[in-house]
Design a protein around this ligand. Sequence first.
Ligand code: COI
Length: 336
Amino acid sequence: MQNIQWDKLKFEFMPTRSNIRFHYADGQWDDGRLTGDYNISMSVAANVLHYGQAIFEGMKAFCGKDGKVRVFRPYANAKRLNSSARQLVMPEFPEDKFVEAVQKVVRDNIDFVPPYGTGGSLYIRPVMFGTSPQIGVNASLEYELVIMVMPVGPYYKDGIKPVDAMISVDFDRAAPKGTGHIKAAGNYAASLLSSKKAKEQHFPIVLFLDPGTHTYVDEFSTSNFLAITKDGKYVTTLSGSILPSVTNDSLLTVAADLGMPVERRKVHVDELADFAEVAACGTAVVVTPVGKIVYGEKTIDYGWTEIGPQLKKLYDRMTGIQYAEYPDTHNWLVEC
Ligand code: COI
């Protein structure tokens, strides 16, 4: 067991024993290797540095109540990685090989998995990028897929305490028919200026509207949007420019299991004031409640100083499944 203060973990990079790397050349992926090296060597003309062929994923492994370590829904992430790859003209990576690689790197770093009861998890970050040296705008011929792991705690510093959000009025994170629906590194680069401006005004999180009309809610800079209506429905946004979040999909399923009606539909910005509870959801942020949303001169205050009751129910059931406290009836967990 590593000498780490598990209950003090933040969402921060930490090198561990190993990461696993695969190289793609001559039309195929190699067999991969574990390495303790956290640096890479590539040409300064590599595609990723100039033309941005870079996609990534986020997953977590949990130490369950029974002491076993399991990854949450890695096949869903494998599918999404390949959907991102197709959109950016990058090679797909076989799903089974992806899940085996995740298991292998988690097993090699098993002593970095936060013990059950500490509230932490092992974050798994696959990243794929084009490495061919080139100066013309073309898809790279060679790629690297690296899967790294690190123990993490909450993304926002107060854990599941509500955070205040600001709607981005000056910038979009994606274009209407652009790359908003895939996990392209560039989407996150595009959100940085809005996030910087929001943080300067003490808003830890930014909410983006649909880039076509700026009238419907899209998603947060780090995560999907979900809301609970006053009559107890789970509502999440439908848009062509948001990431299909594995966490949101899981929460929708959990909500239905708990008997909550669920709706995936367009959410007009004016509807924000009508919700009872609002949250950001994603692998990193899990379910982070939103206390207030500021939109220009207008402030919507949901009035929560703690996570609200419906979100708490969802959070407890979801983390209960992840930590093997509840049966995994949907077969989401893969043991390492
Ligand atoms: C995740 O939730 O895993 C992500 O990749 C989002 C990122 C902003 C941390």
